[in-house]
Design a protein around this ligand. Structure first.
Ligand code: TYC
Length: 103
């Protein structure tokens, strides 16, 4: 090289990182007022689950206090949780679905 051998070449090559979008949980919260059958109906209608899966998830929330229903993209999680919570509200029940980022 000539008298000035300062290299302009980067020492490391970094690939541009595309962050994976965060996933969100939709969680069913137990309460003392919403009828079991109504919870199952909402799970079937909004989350497209079978009677058996709906029953299992309802019973998990009933016994444990909460049950994770699905993990998905934020906009889907939020709209499903709202749709399901609104069905309870319209029928006069305090049924609640909440969303939070997955760890
Ligand atoms: N605990 C309610 C009852 O005994 C049933 C229920 C289950 C309500 C799960 C909400 O997320 C829930 N009628």
């Amino acid at each position: 090289m000539a008298d000035n051998d300062t290299s302009l070449k980067p020492k490391t090559v970094t690939k541009p990182k595309l962050e994976r979008p965060k996933l969100y949980k939709v969680t069913l919260v137990n309460d003392d007022y919403t009828p079991r059958e109504f919870v199952i109906m909402v799970l079937k209608a909004v989350f497209r689950m079978s009677e058996e899966t709906g029953y299992r998830m309802m019973m998990t929330a009933h016994k444990m206090g909460v049950c994770v229903i699905v993990v998905c993209a934020r906009d889907i999680a939020e709209s499903k949780a709202k749709e399901a919570t609104d069905l309870g509200k319209e029928a006069g029940f305090p049924l609640m679905f909440v969303t939070e980022p997955e760890e």
